[in-house]
Design a binder for this molecule. Sequence first.
Ligand SMILES: [Zn+2]
Length: 255
Amino acid sequence: MKGMSRTRARRLVLTALAVAGLVLPGAPVVASAHGPDGPTTQRLSMGTSVRGRPIPVLHRAFPPAEAARVRVVVIGSIHGDERAGLRVIRDLKQRNLPANVDLWLVRTVNPDGVVADRRTNAHRVDLNRNFPYRWRSVDKGSATYSGPRALSEPESRALKAFITTVQPQLVVTFHQPLYGVGANDKGMPVVRALAKGMRLPVKTFACTGVCHGSFTSWVNNRTPATAVTVELGPSVPDALVHRAAATILTVGSRG
Ligand SMILES: [Zn+2]
């Protein structure tokens, strides 16, 4: 915040958010940074977990006067024991941003699961079975417990509200360990471009087509965005982390 008072910087951020129409309900700006020529970085929270942990969002974009932008959301993890995607998020926080990409980074939507090193949230619900598209009850106690109803969990409700507010064109969500980019009916050119850039195979995952209550299928069937599932392997070399991050920006910048 060199050369700028904290108050002025905060006012600029709030103005930028208001101009973009992207003030998230109940999500205060908790910090901001603004380089003279670089993109703005805004730290927000989309909501809180069952245990009250914030679900942080980092928004990187050049000021609104720049060219029309493609809104890209990247989610590092939805399953708390699949953490390689968190490294992709860390990379994307630093990487040079194409001027036309409006980047929203979500480290994890399941902070309680990450802390516990557990797939599910603190209610033992698989958040990736809790979305309102073809939701179906899956037994409590199973690894893919659906929750008592769609959107029963605060994390799922926060993520749905976030996507609805930001209205991204592209959503990329990381999982492990199936090693591939999930084919889907919504955007095969994007799937192929991501797979090529990341050097991963295109695969059909059971939960990309007719999956019950998955986040990606909800986005693809209930919003204008194209959502893509990227499954990294069981152990992930740094080179793949960096390739994944670079590819998302390249593919995103093509709109
Ligand atoms: Zn997963």
